[in-house]
Design a protein around this ligand. Sequence first.
Ligand code: PGA
Length: 246
Amino acid sequence: MGRPNVVVVEDPRELGRAGAEWVARRVAGTPEASVVVPTGETPLNLYRELATLRDQGRFDPSMITVCQLDEYLGIGLDDRRRLFGWMQRTFLEPLRIADERVVRLPVSGDLDVACAAYDRELEGRGGVGIAILGIGANGHLGFNEPPSDRSAPTRRVQLSRSSVEANARYWGSPDDVPRSAVTIGMAPLLAARSILLLASGAGKQTIVTRAMQGPIVPDVPASYLQEADDVTVLVDRAAWPEGDRT
Ligand code: PGA
């Protein structure tokens, strides 16, 4: 265990560049890693930069296995707003990741059984090698909503009001946002060999500060990153507390 390494960059564009370099270096060191990939706004520049690195022959993702971080429940399998669809459009297709190298979260059947099987599958692959994560304004990682403690497994969850409101822009109104989801648990995420947490914009400053400098508590699930191995926190200036700027 070591303290997270905080890297502050100028703006979202630099965040994408620095994040892509980080991912490319880690994948070069462990080409067959299981890589957890988030959706949301923050990683989009990183994914674009990775596609550029790939096209330049500087990043080879052909051997990684991509593991889905979270997914809504109760929507059509072909709904465009399914998080898997977002991951396809922004990550899998630009990087030409083959279907058989993707592990999807379960969305039907007995979810308790299927989520436990997902965790066993991750373990069978040697655990998560690289976890790329965003942070919710409420401190969630994936959809590990507060309170989530360090041992929470992959499971079905109810979305918090904060997450419903944050995602309303994709659904038209908060009333249309699904209320339940599946998320990779805290336990498999925190056990990842390398973690990259991304945060961009002033709206994330308060929660990034609480997660990195506040007490380690279930009410701020991202605070558990303070005690995980090999964590890099990549933030732009707007997302990092004023007094701590370099
Ligand atoms: P965002 O989402 O990148 O769209 O801000 C992050 C999250 O909610 O985990």
